[in-house]
Design a protein. Structure first.
Length: 484
């Protein structure tokens, strides 16, 4: 009964405490010291792991994650081992380390345990961690949710709904995404308001010590960003501010994170004056914490602001500041080199831009991050095409088509074929370019609902048909273009 009493007390204590995460971690550590049951110790260790991950402290998170793994293996508990391996996967991803093999191990353990809840937990994390077979992930998570019923914990049910929201958003199905985010929010509000006893532990899991409020805030943030993407800017700002208000009942680090996201939304609406103090508030907190990674991420936001203002010199300065802070974070470092390359290329610094893309590509290759490696390769092909090396550019993209097809990212696949069509426009016979453009149109039609993509491809096809003198067909494509 002690754990229930502590959790109830913390719901009141945490809402007024300025260092919520440290207080929660201290409470869980104190319970580990007095706990005699290995399974409870493992759960407490994962609760601490989760809180350290939310703080961005991967080294500390790793210590407690490994402790949970050791205890689970000691007890021969495959379900708990799968849960711990899922946390290990998230830590490796955050560090920018290869994580695919860890995810496969976690899923194998979950299936071997015969626990529908463990399978649900691992599967939703795999879906959220950037493994990009979106349609298959939607099908898998939907089947897990329908088949698992009450055997899936409330926490994992909420997280599956949240993950499905993200997957539908990625595939451009925005109404479905909104529905799933709203359903997830309701579950996390239920967790907030009730004590949820884990039947296996006999007490409430340490992973619920925050009352689900981090997850609830995450849902609000995702929904605000979705509205932003849909052009519903008033709704985006309203829900973003709701998330910020909610974060104040969580702790200061969540306030800093949510402030930065709300700043991004204001940037998208063109209101930079409101974004800047939100970014600065986040930066002030991270500087006090000496959190280099989060400081670097905030510098990236300032860099984006300067880039949008066409102050490219300042954008480059802030990007280089981020690089200096990301020296131990491969994922962030690779992402920043990719962004730096874009700014350098915009300012005509082709050689420096290419060098930055090559650095990003190398880091992504080491992390087995196929999606971003492909983006770098498409960028490098674009530079080669501008240098008049269209054959080399074409070969580069063609070499990566099997990889692009395998990751099933339809936007990237469209981009590759559209880029091939554009690169080959210089040929006197545009038939090859038209073939690539038709392939791009086929992919766009399969995805089905991206206005900008259809505009681009119909305009290109109209120009290509006119180039080869087929003006009737060019006119038909031009009519299709104007429909959008």
């Amino acid at each position: 009964m002690l754990r229930i009493t502590v959790s109830t007390f913390l719901l009141i204590f945490w809402s007024i405490h300025t260092d919520g995460q440290e207080a929660l971690i201290a409470t869980l550590k104190a319970q580990i010291d007095t706990c005699q049951t290995p399974l409870l110790k493992s759960d407490l260790s994962l609760g601490i792991t989760r809180l350290y991950m939310l703080m961005g402290l991967s080294d500390e998170a790793t210590i407690y994650c490994e402790n949970a793994l050791r205890l689970a293996r000691q007890e021969g508990d495959l379900e708990e081992e799968a849960n711990a391996m899922a946390f290990k996967m998230m830590i490796e991803r955050e560090r920018g380390h290869p994580f695919i093999s860890v995810s496969q191990q976690a899923l194998e353990l979950a299936r071997a345990s015969k626990s529908k809840d463990a399978v649900a937990f691992v599967s939703y994390i795999i879906a959220e961690q950037g493994i990009h077979d979106y349609k298959n992930n939607i099908r898998t998570l939907t089947e897990i949710l329908e088949a698992g019923g009450k055997e899936i914990s409330l926490k994992n049910r909420g997280n599956i709904l949240k993950a499905l929201g993200g997957l539908y958003e990625w595939t451009g199905q925005f109404q479905e995404a909104e529905t799933y985010y709203l359903r997830a929010e309701e579950i996390f509000k239920t967790i907030r308001d009730h004590i949820i006893i884990d039947p296996k532990l006999g007490v409430e899991s340490a992973q619920l010590i925050d009352r689900g409020m981090y997850n609830y805030d995450q849902c609000l943030i995702y929904r605000a960003l979705l509205y932003n993407k849909m052009g519903r800017f008033a709704d985006a700002i309203s829900i973003g501010n709701k998330a910020l208000e909610n974060s104040r009942t969580v702790d200061e680090s969540e306030v800093a994170y949510t402030s930065a996201i709300l700043g991004d939304i204001y940037i998208a609406t063109g209101d930079m004056d409101k974004a800047i103090p939100l970014y600065q508030a986040a930066m002030d907190f991270y500087q006090i914490r000496d959190d280099g990674v989060r400081m670097g991420q905030t510098y990236l936001r300032f860099a984006n602001l300067f880039q949008l203002s066409k102050d490219y010199e300042q954008a480059i300065i802030y990007l280089r500041k981020s690089i200096d802070l990301f020296n131990q974070s491969s994922q962030n470092l690779a992402d920043t080199y990719q962004k730096l390359a874009n700014v350098l290329l915009t300012t005509g610094q082709k050689e420096s831009g290419m060098n930055s893309l090559i650095k990003a590509d190398s880091l992504y290759a080491l992390m087995n991050d196929s999606i971003n490696q492909i983006r770098c390769q498409l960028g490098l092909a674009g530079i080669q095409a501008e240098q008049g090396k269209s054959e080399l550019a074409t070969m580069r993209i063609q070499d990566y088509l099997p990889m692009i097809t395998s990751v099933k990212d339809y936007h990237l696949l469209f981009t590759a074929y559209f880029q091939l069509a554009t690169i080959n426009r210089i040929n006197s016979d545009p038939s090859i370019s038209i073939q690539y453009a038709h392939k791009a149109l086929e992919i766009a039609t399969e995805r089905g609902n991206d206005k900008i993509i259809f505009e681009k491809v119909y305009k290109l096809l109209s120009d290509l048909e006119a180039q080869r003198g087929n003006f009737e067909q060019a006119y038909l494509y031009q009519k299709q273009f104007h429909l959008y």
